[in-house]
Design a binder for this molecule. Structure first.
Ligand SMILES: *Cc1c(COP(=O)(O)O)cnc(C)c1O
Length: 499
């Protein structure tokens, strides 16, 4: 198969459309910028170029290729109508520098999205600017920091996180200059209120936690935790990566939180992975709103005689919060991702609750189906201690420790075996508090049939000869990779082949 990486460097002799007749018609390139020698690029014809990218795309695995049960990442189907809407000329062709009266459509969508997120989070003001969950965390933690600075409470230098927290929580707090205080979880993976009470004091700026927690279990004591932190004068921060479990059912506002982030690209569809593209809006209670990064989409009634250009007789405009920490992203965040997620949200409308209900139902169905099938394959007790009788939320963890003891296969082996059966592997070895952890999240967009078949394949992997499983995957373009080496020695260039 011909592609760029095996191209022999020969001159392009294939089909290409003719170059412009005269270069005189082109705007002159400043002299200093004109190339002295031809670029060292492989020379491919147009169809060869198309084949290169098509070949690359076929080596990739995505939600459109197969089931993608990657816990914590919420990989759900992306309805194609979202793409149609995001590509409407009134949205795709506008430039952020255009004046407000050109942007009324986009502004009205932004305004509506801010408002919808405020309602489902129980917060007073949302900004759509951050483009990832992690960036949302950093932004909100910075707002909390400025809030305390303005109040003269600069001795609040600590942020509390449970030991099951996603790594971005302590990382965001540390990047803002806070000291991290980690508290241990209970046996069943839930938060330890006594451990929290022991560390919450006048040096506490905030506690960061997600609910349901990273094990997919609901923290029923969350209000008590909020009270402990508030009584110490600190702020409660909600990591919203697990919103898919609770939308329309409860809200961080009801649980006592002061600030939240959304991972729009998880909860409300949007193709994502490999670091982007995403959107991580944050919502805050009114006391933190003056610190948000701007501009925010705002709305006012038209003044008498003013041309009403807006769709619903309102004027939309950009507004800058009074004590804003400044921008965290160029322009208005990742507008395309916001539009797609708005479309997903809008189609549920007030029925959003069913989205969460189906996500939770699918997770619990799959949890028990895997447990049942694994038991038939001779591996029992995959549930984490104490969690057997619990209802999981939209995702769940299994411990492969019994499989390790009985068969000598690790969570990594099982994950690699699943790749050979055409699945994306679940998240492995996270959260750290579960030994040989596998974390699975089916989302609401998968059918019962898909879940049943996955559970059967999971058991098939457990039935595989351990020696064979240690060799998996054998059907993928690359076999087991050294992930640590790849992360530490990042190289995104392919060497130029002079041969
Ligand atoms: C994904 C995730 C994050 C970080 O979100 P990004 O959008 O990937 O930056 C934070 N916390 C939890 C629990 C997550 O699953």
């Amino acid at each position: 198969m011909s592609h760029l990486f095996n191209h022999n460097g020969a001159e392009n002799t294939g089909y290409s459309q003719p170059a412009p007749l005269s270069s005189d018609a082109m705007p002159a390139v400043p002299k200093g910028l004109v190339r002295k020698a031809a670029a060292r690029w492989p020379r491919l014809s147009e169809p060869e170029m198309v084949r290169h990218y098509t070949w690359l795309s076929k080596r990739n695995f995505g939600i459109d290729t197969g089931f993608y049960p990657l816990g914590s990442c919420t990989m759900k189907h992306n309805p194609r109508v979202n793409e149609v809407i995001a590509q409407l000329p009134g949205i795709a062709d506008i430039h952020p520098h255009q004046p407000e009266h050109h942007l009324q459509g986009l502004l009205s969508i932004f305004y509506e999205m801010q408002h919808m997120l405020e309602v489902c989070a129980g917060m007073d003001q949302v900004t759509l600017q951050p483009v990832a969950g992690a960036q949302g965390e950093f932004t909100a933690v910075r707002c909390i920091q400025e809030y305390f600075r303005l109040r003269g409470e600069e001795q609040r230098t600590k942020v509390i996180v449970p030991d099951s927290a996603h790594g971005t929580n302590p990382a965001s707090a540390a990047m803002s200059g806070f000291e991290i205080v980690e508290i241990p979880s209970l046996e069943d993976g839930r938060m330890d209120l006594e451990a929290l009470a022991a560390v919450a004091d006048e040096t506490t700026a905030a506690m960061m936690i997600t609910n349901p927690n990273t094990l997919g279990l609901f923290e029923a004591d969350i209000k008590a935790a909020s009270e402990i932190v508030h009584q110490a004068g600190g702020q409660m921060y909600y990591d919203g990566a697990n919103f898919n479990a609770i939308l329309g059912i409860t809200s961080p506002g009801l649980m006592g939180f002061d600030a939240v982030h959304f991972n729009l690209h998880k909860t409300f569809s949007q193709p994502h992975g490999g670091g982007g593209p995403g959107s991580g809006p944050i919502g805050v209670k009114s006391h933190l709103a003056p610190f948000l990064p701007g501009p925010l989409a705002a709305r006012r009634d038209p003044t008498p005689g003013e041309l009403a250009v807006a769709v619903d007789e309102h004027w939309y405009h950009w507004e800058q919060p009074e004590h804003s920490i400044g921008k965290v992203q160029q322009w208005h965040g990742n507008a395309g991702a916001v539009i797609r997620c708005w479309a997903y949200y809008r189609r549920y409308g007030s029925g959003l609750k069913t989205m969460s209900e189906h996500a939770v139902l699918n997770a619990n169905y799959l949890r028990h189906a895997i447990h049942r099938e694994a038991k038939k394959a001779g591996v029992d007790h995959l549930f984490v201690d104490g969690a057997e009788t619990d209802v999981a939320k939209h995702e769940f963890t299994l411990s492969m420790q019994p499989a390790k003891e009985a068969l000598g296969v690790s969570a990594m082996d099982v994950a690699k075996g699943l790749l050979d059966r055409g699945y994306m592997a679940p998240t492995v070895y996270f959260p750290l508090v579960v030994p040989e952890c596998m974390m699975i999240e089916p989302t609401e967009t998968e059918s019962k049939d898909t879940l049943d078949t996955f559970a059967e394949h999971f058991a098939q992997v457990l039935r595989t000869e351990p020696e064979a499983l240690h060799e998996a995957p054998i059907t993928t373009p690359v076999r087991r990779v050294d992930e640590v080496y790849a992360a530490r020695n990042l190289c995104l260039r392919h060497p130029y082949d002079d041969a």
